[in-house]
Design a protein around this ligand. Sequence first.
Ligand code: 5GP
Length: 210
Amino acid sequence: MGLASANKGILFVISGPSGVGKTSIIRSVLERVKNVVFSVSCTTRKQRPGEINGVDYFFISQEEFDEMIRGNKFLEWAKVHDNYYGTPSDFVFKHMDDGNDVILDIDVQGALNVKKNFDGAKFVFIAPPSYQTLGERLKRRGTETEEKIQRRLETARKEIKYIPEFEYLIINEDLESSITNLISIIYAERLKFDKLKETDKVRNLLKEVQ
Ligand code: 5GP
C-alpha cells in the first residue's frame, strides 16, 4: 500500500530501545513543529504513574485488543515484553489525508512490519551512545523492576542489531541535539523535490518559466 503522495502527510516511524529517550525527543518535536501529530498506540500494559490514558497510550484490556485485531483496526501491532501494542490505523490515515505528518513510536518488529506493508514511510532509529549507558538510564528511570530491566536490555540488544534496516540514525548523546536532528529529518523530508513537485505552487512556478 502506498502512503506517499504530494498532498498527503508523511509517516515517520521512530524506533529505538526502551529507555533511549524516544518519548522526550518526540514530545519536544511535537511542541516545536507545526502539522505533525503523534499516533497514540493502544496497549495492554499497565499504566505507569504519570501516564495519561488517551495521551501516552490507550490502556485497554486483552479482550479489547483482540477485538481490534479481529476488526482489522491496527496499522501494525506487536507483542513487546509480554504486552501487546498496536497502532490504530484510522487516526494515522485521517491525519495523513489532512496533510499532517504522523509520528509513530513503535518497536523494531512493528517498524519492520510497516516497512513491509507500506511504501513511503520514513524510518528513524534512536540509539543510545553505548549499550552500557542504556542500562544505566533504565535503572535511573526507576519504573521497572530489576528483572524487567534485564529483559528490556536483552530486547534492546536485539533491536540495536536492526539499525541497518533504518534510513536515519540519531545517537542520543544529548537531548537538545537529538531534538534538532529529528526536526531536521522532518524538514528535509518535507522539502524533497519529489514531494513538492505535485503541489500547485511548484507546478505554477515551473509553468511560468516554460
Ligand atoms: P513502553 O512499555 O516502554 O511504553 O514501550 C515498550 C515498547 O513498545 C517501545 O519500544 C515502544 O516503542 C513500543 N510500542 C509502543 N507503541 C507501539 C505500537 O503501537 N506498536 C508497536 N509495534 N510497538 C509499540
